[in-house]
Design a protein around this ligand. Structure first.
Ligand code: NAI
Length: 214
């Protein structure tokens, strides 16, 4: 799939550039050449130049990249220039773990609400955000401008909840349930499957062992 003529592979690499540049900025690095960045990130300098040229380059011959500026520009491309209000539906193991992770806020993802059906969770707060019951979801969405909903509920309940979210104007769904969502085109779904990553790891371990006769 292409986005403004930019391949998905390039878009997929941008968060990593953003992360590395953030780390560099934190330790006071003001500028960096594509060669230096390439050593740190273990990708070729030509790939870095090619990737960033998709967006107009940002580099200057003989100067390299201005770290803060490049990070800000990549942030804008990733839509991180403004904050995104988010809710979590499903306050079980995964939902609570996500809610506890405060660093999302540093990238502009602000947790505004947590919802569940389990009465015993009512009133429990995570980082000052109370867990509310699902009956409160619709009025909450009417009163608050929420853009993103993370779905950390069993897959059997996902489609019904997703329909309710779409009906109430949610723009993006961060789907952790292992099921594919079919939603109107104006609602963007990003599915995360940690097990896919684990399987990739398993594949690479197996391949390494085969290649090295272990
Ligand atoms: P859990 O059982 O600890 O939590 C699920 C929570 O959802 C419970 O608190 C339950 O009361 C609530 N819930 C159930 N139906 C609901 C509804 N209709 N509306 C609101 N809340 C509802 O389960 P866990 O371990 O947190 O996993 C949650 C989901 O995430 C599962 O679908 C699981 O398969 C998936 N998962 C996905 C991973 C990934 O990498 N994508 C990794 C781990 C879990």
């Amino acid at each position: 799939m292409e986005d403004r003529g930019i391949s998905r592979a390039v878009i997929g690499r941008l968060p990593r550039y953003y992360r590395y540049l953030g780390d560099l900025s934190e330790v006071g690095v003001e500028r960096i050449s594509s060669n230096e960045l390439s050593k740190k990130m273990r990708v070729t300098a030509s790939q870095i130049r090619q990737d960033l040229n998709n967006f107009g380059g940002f580099g200057q011959q003989g100067y390299g990249y201005n770290v803060k500026y490049l990070r800000a520009e990549i942030g804008k491309i990733l839509g991180l220039g403004c904050s995104h209000n988010m809710i979590i539906i499903g306050a079980g193991n995964l939902g609570q773990a996500l809610a506890k992770y405060s660093s999302f806020e540093r990238s502009g993802f602000v947790l505004k609400g947590i919802f569940d059906v389990n009465q015993s969770l009512q009133g429990v707060s995570i980082r000052g955000v109370p867990i509310r019951m699902m009956e409160e979801l619709e009025p909450f969405l009417k009163e608050n401008e929420i853009e993103i909903a993370a779905l950390t509920i069993p897959k059997s309940n996902v489609s019904e909840v997703a329909d309710l979210l779409v009906k109430n104007g949610i723009k993006g769904i961060w789907n952790f349930a292992h099921t594919d969502l079919v939603l109107p085109k104006n609602v963007i779904v990003e599915s995360v499957h940690l097990s896919d990553s684990l399987m990739k790891l398993s594949y690479n371990i197996t391949r390494y062992k085969e290649e090295h006769g272990e």
